[in-house]
Each structure stands twice: as C-alpha cells, then as structure tokens.
Design a protein around this ligand. Structure first.
Ligand code: AMP
Length: 312
C-alpha cells in the first residue's frame, strides 16, 4: 500500500461487554481498531499500537483485509490490553468494570519511516504519555486530533492537558468535557477547554448527536435515529474515524469538508452500534453507507430561505 494519508495511535483491545441486548467476551475492540476500521472505508489509514502474543491472528487478518496498514502495530511479549464494561438503561453511559493495560504499560510507539510526513494524525483514546510521544514524531504541519476518556482525565490530567494544548482538534463526549473542564454547562466547558489551544472541539453527545465548535462558531448535527441499539462501544472512535477519514480523503480542512466529515462520522457510528464488537461496522457496504448519508441529508436539511417570519 502507498503510504497512509492518516495515522492513528490508540488501543487495540479484547473487550468483554454487556448491554441490554446481550454480551460478548474478549471480542475485538479498542479505540484504534474502531477508528481505523471506519477511516479505511474512506482513506488510506495506518495504525500505531501494540498487542500481546495472545492476540488472535484472525483479528489481524480482519484489519488488513479492511485495508488498514499494520506496519506500526507491534506484537510484544505479554497480554493484550483488555477492557470490561457494561451499559444499563442509559446507553450513553459506559460503566467500566476492569481496565488491564498489559502490553500498553511499557509500550514505546515507533513510526514506520515512510509514515513520518503523514498529513493527518489521530491520537485516539490511550495513555496521554503515548499520545505525547507520537505528537513528538509527527511534523508540525500535520492536522492532529485527539480523544480521551474519564480513565485518563482522572489518572493523567497533567499529561492530557499537554496533549490538548498541542492538537488542532479535540473530540470528547459531553460527560468527559464537563469532567475535564469542571464546567456543567456545555458551552462553558467548550470555552474553558478551547482556552488551552485546540482550534476545533467536537463534543459527542451519544444518541443526541454532535456539536462542533470552531473559532466561536457552532455547528450541530443529530445522531442517526435507530430503533434498536445493540452495543454502543466504539461509537465515538468510529465517529472520529469517519470524520478524520473523510478529511484525509479530501486532503483539506475547510468549512465544507469538516461538515461533510461530521456527517460521515455520524452515519458510520450508527452502523457500529447496531452490533457487538466490529460486526456492524465491518458489514457496511458502499450502497448502505450512501443510502444512510442521503437520508440523513434529507432529515437534517432546512430548505429554501427558512420559515416565513412575522414582519419586524
Ligand atoms: P468508545 O468509542 O468511547 O465507546 O470506545 C470504546 C473502546 O475504548 C473499547 O473498545 C475499549 O477497548 C477502549 N477503551 C476502554 N478504556 C480504555 C482506556 N482506558 N484506554 C484506551 N482504550 C480504552
């Protein structure tokens, strides 16, 4: 494969998840996994991560068949990262029962030589120490995004703040940006976080959609309405993969590519939550994606000049 247009560093995991729809044990998961499986639909994506010697070879096949470049995925002695979580009535809220970093504890990311001038970089949810190491390896001209979660906000706030100060685009869910900023009101939370430096902030709001802040302006999208959610795990990473995958495929960050990228992120995330692990996302066909994107456009369009208002 030609060198990637987009690289992601993040977790590759074996997830044990329970939701009202059922459960899976040690299924393929991880922030970099969902991100790259979504982004690969749109752009050439390479992954920087580590797995243990116990990682099933079939998962590597799944990712490379998807088109994800795995030159930056190391296999280290020890066990693969494991996450155990559950969702109860509130499907927007993941309850973590267990996080085992395993091989990520001693991981030192390395960038394959040909990847060093990749124009788009995403620091998916992982130890901010690793996010900082990757930031040091990529050129200052790259468009860089980052994501995180409560685990790191609680455990590595100082390093995380340094990551946020150095990226162009931050994605967080609503609970996380409230927790990080200490502000209950979302606009106040965005304002406080923007003060650290990111030019773009995307707040993911689960079934309520997403909010983009850029230079004081807001852009809002609902989520794709689903009658049944099976497993919300990976929705945020898929969203970011769709968004960054689209930007990388177009090779530019403009008001139009950003909005279209948010649509792709939103629609792809809807496929992820329809199944456990990566089953929903891996089953997406170009035709199914195109159908949802078209319907989503129709659902959200405000046509013409807008409503007729009383004369002033
Ligand atoms: P989300 O898109 O937020 O639902 O991300 C879900 C994925 O994050 C799961 O597949 C987990 O393996 C992964 N994950 C959970 N906790 C952590 C953590 N502390 N660091 C990195 N990845 C994690």
């Amino acid at each position: 494969m030609a060198s990637p247009e987009l690289i992601v560093v993040g977790s590759v995991a074996l997830d044990t998840v329970t939701s009202p729809a059922g459960s899976v044990t040690e299924a393929l998961g991880g922030s970099a996994t969902y991100f790259s499986a979504a982004a690969a639909i749109l752009a050439r994506v390479g992954m920087v991560a580590v797995v243990g010697e116990d990682f099933p070879a079939e998962h590597l096949t799944t990712l490379s068949e998807r088109g994800v470049a795995l030159d930056g995925l190391e296999t280290a002695p020890g066990r693969t990262f494991r996450w155990k979580g559950a969702y109860e009535e509130d499907l927007n809220l993941a309850i973590t029962y267990d996080t085992q970093l395993n091989v990520f504890e001693t991981f030192e990311p390395k960038l394959p030589a040909l990847w060093s001038d990749t124009p788009f970089v995403f620091l998916a949810n992982i130890d901010p120490r690793l996010q900082l190491q990757v930031l040091d390896m990529v050129p200052g001209t790259a468009f860089v995004g980052a994501d995180t979660m409560n685990f790191w906000i609680e455990g590595k706030r100082e390093e995380l703040s340094r990551v946020i100060a150095r990226v162009d685009c931050l994605t967080m869910n609503d609970a996380e940006i409230r927790q990080f900023s200490g502000e209950e009101n979302l606009l106040a939370a965005i304002d406080a976080t923007a003060g650290l430096g990111p030019e773009y902030i995307i707040v993911k709001r689960g079934e309520y959609g997403a909010m983009l802040w850029h230079a004081g302006d807001l852009f809002l999208l609902p989520a794709w309405p689903l009658g049944r959610v099976t497993d919300p795990t990976g929705a945020g990473d898929t969203f970011a993969g769709g968004f960054f995958g689209y930007l990388a495929s177009q090779g530019e960050v403009s008001p139009t590519t950003v909005r279209h990228g948010l649509v792709l992120g939103t629609v792809l995330a809807s496929f992820t939550v329809e199944g456990f692990s990566l089953t929903g996302l891996l089953a997406v066909t170009p035709a199914a994606l195109a159908r949802r994107v078209t319907e989503f456009g129709a659902m959200t369009a405000v046509t013409g000049t807008g409503p007729v208002l009383p004369a002033p």
